[in-house]
Design a protein around this ligand. Structure first.
Ligand SMILES: C[S@@+](CC[C@H](N)C(=O)[O-])C[C@H]1O[C@@H](n2cnc3c(N)ncnc32)[C@H](O)[C@@H]1O
Length: 343
């Protein structure tokens, strides 16, 4: 048993901090007759955990919940990591904007309008990074997701060629032993897991905690991370390859351009990206396919297309080219395509 003073010295903190956590109900030391507080080895462990979680920026309320179970610790650490990545990216965006302002200023070109325009650009970017919302409630779909893949829509089957598309993505990427791949919108891990037998390390990113839970149960070797297309929880240049299937059509066309830039940020030079998703080859083809459904009176198809953001493949190709990538495309059917890009 230790007294508060010894504990504070041992944990390199202050008595006041320890008392604060006691007031917040995070720790309950034993009290002696003389009203002194006594701390056991277990109290010390708990305090050290609290201090460590504070160090990575968790609030006391979050820590209180986290301390309830081991599963909660993992969950909150994962959430905290994604929140920190978002903050980090926001700060990077701010620094980038300031750099541009300084550069213009040094060239004596900085006028008020520039400052407004650059600040506005930054504001839009911040709003986009923070603003995405899951309007499809993927958490509630997680448990039944794999089963739902087997069911065909009545008159519109988005999962036609699903397995072909996943196989083609892997065949194009050719993951190598020891490489690090990031599967975005991993869901239950159907695509990412195909890289594991080839010896690659796979980070599965998803915005849905329930999807990540099912993914982890199915594929314990996938490193699951909370995150989303516009703020990937991965360092710059860390990934050898990126895969994503049936996920990108949940962000708008404008957000897709930002998503490609975010992929570019985390990808190593010479890295590879395979996107298989619901999309149209180009605007002309979109009009042709939709007209076909209208003529058939296929409301199911029209509603499904309206409900999501099928990409314009030619835009993806153009954006990748602007970023300096070599791009190939493949078509599985009218609405399912692959864009493969090499940095
Ligand atoms: C239709 S499932 C596809 C899952 C898996 N990739 C597959 O091919 O079976 C779409 C997944 O993308 C995730 N998702 C949707 N929008 C996302 C976003 N903006 N960032 C990250 N994940 C997203 C969803 O949570 C869901 O798990």
């Amino acid at each position: 048993m230790m007294k508060i003073k010894e504990v504070a010295t041992k944990l390199n903190t202050t008595q006041r901090t320890i008392r604060f956590y006691e007031e917040k109900g995070l720790i309950q030391p034993d009290k002696g007759d003389n009203d002194y507080r006594y701390y056991t080895e277990q109290h010390l462990w708990k305090l050290q955990t609290i201090l460590s979680l504070r160090e990575v920026g968790m609030s006391t309320a979050q820590i209180k919940k986290t301390l309830m179970s081991e599963e909660e610790v993992g969950r909150y650490l994962n959430m905290q990591r994604s929140a920190l990545y978002e903050e980090w990216l926001e700060i990077k965006d701010m620094i980038g904007t300031i750099d541009q302002m300084i550069e213009k200023n040094e060239d004596q070109e900085l006028v008020k309008e520039d400052i407004f325009a650059l600040a506005d650009q930054l504001k839009t970017l911040k709003e986009k990074r923070k603003g995405w919302q899951d309007q499809w409630n993927f958490d509630s779909q997680a448990r039944g997701y794999d089963e739902s893949l087997k069911m065909n829509g009545y008159r519109f089957n988005v999962h036609e060629n699903y397995e072909d598309a996943l196989a083609k993505a892997i065949e194009s990427i050719r993951p190598l032993k020891g490489e690090k791949g990031v599967d975005i919108g991993t869901g239950t891990g159907n695509l990412g897991s195909k890289c594991l037998p080839l010896g690659a390390h796979v980070i599965g990113v998803d915005q849905s905690e329930e999807m990540l839970k099912v993914c982890k149960e199915k594929h314990p070797d996938i490193d699951v991370r909370n995150g989303h297309f516009l703020a990937l929880p991965v360092m710059d240049g860390e990934a050898d390859f990126i895969t994503t299937s049936y996920a990108l059509h949940h962000v708008t066309e404008q957000e897709k351009e930002l998503a490609l830039r975010e992929m570019d940020r985390i990808l190593k030079p010479k890295g590879r990206i395979a996107i298989v998703d619901l999309m149209f080859a180009n605007a002309h083809d979109r009009a042709r396919v939709i007209k076909g459904f209208e003529e058939e009176g296929n409301q199911e198809a029209l509603y499904a297309i309206e409900d999501e953001f099928y990409a314009d493949r030619s835009n993806l190709v153009e954006w990748f080219k602007q970023l300096g990538y070599t791009v190939h495309t493949h078509s599985f059917n009218d609405i399912l395509h692959m864009v493969y890009a090499e940095k």
